[in-house]
Design a protein around this ligand. Structure first.
Ligand code: ZN
Length: 497
């Protein structure tokens, strides 16, 4: 916007805010500084400015100014080089954007998180770990400028499973929340250029605009990313929550999301989101989150926690985005554990070791179609050859191979006099094929693929079934010392060649 028109905007805004035309004229005349609308500004001296809703008039906005650990409210703030005014609610979309109504003190970081968990539990029937994840997501939206990526939540569930309730509750608690179904209007994109909202989108309500929705989701998790609409670029970087009735067939997109499955409930004592008490409590929490944002904006650090080294690529980014604003090390550790589980339900986020293991297994069962077992030690060797081939620097230990086998549900293992072996039952062979398909793992063209019932879809004769004898009293620990049989030594030699 040109300076002159911004000054005019300021003039109008100022008149609206205080109803005193002459005072506005005086201010404009007294300064030659440009007038700038401020969604959020961090000044060089550490002062933070944030647009909030005027507590006395929901139609108007004010600036909350955080300086020297105190907050005050004003309708304009004169900085060295400009005059900042709050974002005005001048458009239909901005009228629906939820600002906090100020900043309010809170007891501690854990108590704030506990309060979020309580309000979600009051309204949604969800397992505790999902509620905790949602609570951390809410806090993270208040620090979007500081996060490595914009976190997404995918709420997945059948119709009437509470997804819409979750969306409306998040609307009460996330920073600058915008519950919208109209993501293709010019007004929507203009809003995203003026503020950084938390977008809450019900996919079923935007069914006609799936392409636009996917475009927005794909580009909007990386800082500086823009969405292109009618040859104009718009800021697309912001946290987002999307409701799906089923996860989209888009592994890359799913891997950017914290996946929360919502289920129908029989609980009859849940509070409605429209309950005045819930609304009042949420309003308080929003103000506390505003205060938490101010106090911690320049104090965030993320020390390593045990377990976070098991996270990789996008899941690690998501974990860091949620953990960064959480001060409590115990909660961070729990989060790291949660994200390890998320990693396992997320298709694209298999670890390099897991991918290499599936590739190694696939190769082994096709090259050795009649072998009844495969030794853990040889499998580990094969995994490491794959890792090296794909340029990874890490290497798997037999213990990690065992862990990965367990995670994949390949638990039919036995200790032999040459070490632990995986029993290549028909079930196991079939499961390996299913895992390869499920996780879309790239596989090579082994020579015996034509002779494989699972690759060709042939029904095998019943006698083809191999019947291992699992020992229920001796479940296979994944980390036992391993021996090596002749045939597996041969495999190892082949792999090393
Ligand atoms: Zn096959």
């Amino acid at each position: 916007m040109p300076r002159r028109s911004l000054r005019a905007a300021f003039f109008l805004h100022f008149c609206q805010a205080c109803g005193d035309k002459s005072a506005a004229i005086t201010v404009i005349k007294m300064t030659s500084k440009p007038v700038v609308e401020a969604d959020f500004v961090e000044l060089p001296d550490g002062t933070l400015l944030d647009t909030i809703e005027d507590p006395n008039n929901p139609g108007r906005t004010l600036l909350a100014v955080y300086r020297d650990r105190c907050v005050h409210y004003t309708d304009h703030f004169e900085a060295d080089d400009r005059i900042c005014v709050p974002i005005s609610r001048s458009t239909d979309v901005l009228k629906h954007l939820r600002f906090s109504r100020g900043a309010k003190s809170y007891e501690s970081s854990p108590s704030l998180l506990a309060a979020l968990i309580t309000i979600i539990s009051m309204c949604l029937d969800m397992p505790y770990h999902q509620i905790a994840l949602l609570s951390c997501f809410i806090v993270s939206t208040w620090f979007i400028e500081k996060l490595p990526i914009a976190p997404y939540v995918a709420l997945v569930g059948l119709p009437r499973s509470g997804k819409t309730t979750a969306l409306r509750l998040l609307d009460l608690l996330c920073r600058r929340s915008l519950l919208t179904s109209d993501i293709t209007s010019a007004g929507f994109y203009e809003t995203c250029n003026r503020v950084t909202p938390t977008l809450l989108i019900d996919e079923t309500a935007t069914a006609g605009d799936r392409r636009a929705l996917f475009h927005l989701l794909r580009v909007g998790s990386t800082k500086g990313s823009v969405a292109i609409r009618r040859n104009k670029a718009f800021n697309a970087y912001c946290p987002k929550v999307v409701c799906w009735t089923e996860l989209p067939h888009d592994a890359a997109l799913n891997s950017r999301c914290i996946i929360i499955s919502s289920q129908e409930t029989d609980q009859t004592d849940l509070r409605r989101v429209t309950d005045p008490q819930v609304q009042a409590h949420a309003d308080d929490l929003r103000q506390m989150l505003q205060q938490y944002r101010f106090e911690n904006f320049n104090r965030l650090t993320l020390p390593r926690v045990p377990g976070d080294e098991h996270l990789h690529s996008r899941i690690r980014d998501l974990y860091e985005a949620l953990a960064l604003p959480i001060g409590d090390p115990i909660t961070r550790k729990a989060l790291a554990g949660e994200f390890q589980l998320q990693q396992n339900i997320n298709r694209e986020s298999l670890s390099p070791i897991q991918v290499a293991l599936l590739q190694g297994l696939d190769e082994y069962i096709h090259e050795n179609s009649t072998d009844p077992t495969c030794a853990n030690r040889d499998l580990t060797e094969a995994v490491n050859v794959k890792l090296e081939y794909s340029g990874e620097t890490l290497r798997a230990s037999p213990r990690q191979t065992g862990h990965a086998l367990t995670l994949f549900g390949l638990t039919r293992r036995q200790r032999t006099n040459t070490g632990w072996v995986l029993l290549l039952t028909r079930d196991t062979r079939e499961r390996i094929h299913r895992l390869i398909r499920r996780y879309a793992v790239e596989i090579g063209n082994s020579e015996n693929r034509d002779g494989c019932d699972f690759c060709t879809g042939r029904k095998p004769p019943a006698s083809a079934e191999t019947k291992p004898i699992p020992d229920p009293h001796n479940p296979p620990p994944p980390d036992a010392p391993e021996g090596e049989s002749g045939e597996h030594r041969e495999l190892r030699a082949r792999k090393s060649a």
